[in-house]
Design a protein around this ligand. Structure first.
Ligand code: C2E
Ligand code: CA
Ligand code: CA
Ligand code: CA
Length: 279
């Protein structure tokens, strides 16, 4: 029995080793990728339901690896967080998104679009994060109120440093969004202790809006809470017209998802903004 146990542990160790080697490789490659144009940002529209217009966009990072092809962010962001590479990567993302936001500001047909950027827990906790963000906005000339930082509840919940940084961000006039709301170590109390402007209601709750009363309950409660607290709510992962109609009836003003648009190139977003502004 002892041998059997040992054997199992050996296999487990090998599996761990194999995975950490893969992570180390991916980490090294990511470091290179940052300087080589393999990373790009795509922008997914956030749509105003009453007006049917693009109100803002969320920046989503893409990695086109020369040999491995497209590596999804769900694969490399966690590696970047573990290796600390998220700090320089996050800096690059922030600057790139601000530069793009600044380009849209120069044209009256595109100037009303807001920019949301995902910030991971590690990046938020990095000393000087709010000051750095202030610097990027000042250099690019982007108005703080046109910029949103998306963080998960867990990022705020886990550390006092995270919460302190969010207060700093909010003081700049930058908007704060809680991402994937309801899926983390959430507590509704966070809505009072944390300077929140926007709740992004996770897709898992949006999926339920056209289902039974029980399946729809959380999406219904969350929009009521946000309306009472004067926060904005964004319904995430909307895939059907039926869901969009129901969300609007429930009081949602903003939505995002493949039903409206997939993540797009900056040129595609510009085209969409110009077309809808002309309508
Ligand atoms: P997220 O912040 O919740 O981003 C939304 C994800 O849902 C995106 O996947 C988007 O393409 C996808 N999505 C949007 N609409 C729909 C829909 O209708 N149906 C379905 N099934 N999916 C939809 P993506 O781009 O693969 O990003 C995955 C996650 O990776 C993000 O989740 C975020 O946590 C992380 N991530 C992406 N870009 C960045 C970044 O620049 N920085 C950081 N720190 N994390 C990022
Ligand atoms: Ca997000
Ligand atoms: Ca989300
Ligand atoms: Ca998510």
């Amino acid at each position: 029995a002892k041998d059997h146990g040992k054997g199992r542990f050996a296999t487990y160790d090998q599996e761990l080793d194999r995975r950490s080697v893969q992570h180390a490789e991916l980490g090294a490659e990511l470091r290179q990728a940052m300087g080589s144009g393999e990373l790009r940002l795509m922008y997914q529209p956030i749509v105003s339901l009453p007006e049917g217009r693009v109100s803002g966009v969320e920046a989503l990072v893409r990695w086109h690896h020369p040999e491995r092809g497209a590596i999804p962010p769900t694969e490399f962001i966690p590696v970047a967080e573990r290796t600390g590479l998220i700090v320089p990567l996050g800096r690059w993302i922030m600057r790139e998104a601000a530069n793009q936001a600044a380009r849209w500001t120069t044209n009256p047909l595109t100037s009303s679009v807001t920019m949301s950027v995902n910030v991971s827990a590690r990046q938020l906790r990095e000393p000087g994060f709010p000051e750095e963000l202030a610097g990027v906005l000042a250099e690019t000339g982007v108005e703080p109120r046109m910029f949103t930082v998306e963080v998960t509840e867990t990022a705020v919940f886990e550390s006092d440093a995270g919460l302190a940084a969010l207060r700093g961000v909010h003081q700049l006039g930058v908007r704060v969004a809680l991402d994937d709301f309801g899926t983390g170590h959430s507590s509704l109390g966070l809505l009072r202790s944390c300077p929140v402007d926007v709740l992004k209601v996770d897709k898992s709750f949006v999926d339920g809006v056209t289902g039974t009363a029980e399946q729809a309950a959380i999406a219904i409660s969350l929009v009521q809470i946000t309306n009472t607290m004067r926060l904005a709510a964004v319904a995430e992962g909307v895939e059907t017209q039926d869901q969009a109609n129901t969300l609007f009836e429930l009081g949602y003003q903003l939505a995002q998802g493949f039903h409206f648009a997939h993540p797009l190139t900056p040129e595609e977003v510009t085209g969409l903004l110009i077309r809808t502004a002309a309508e």
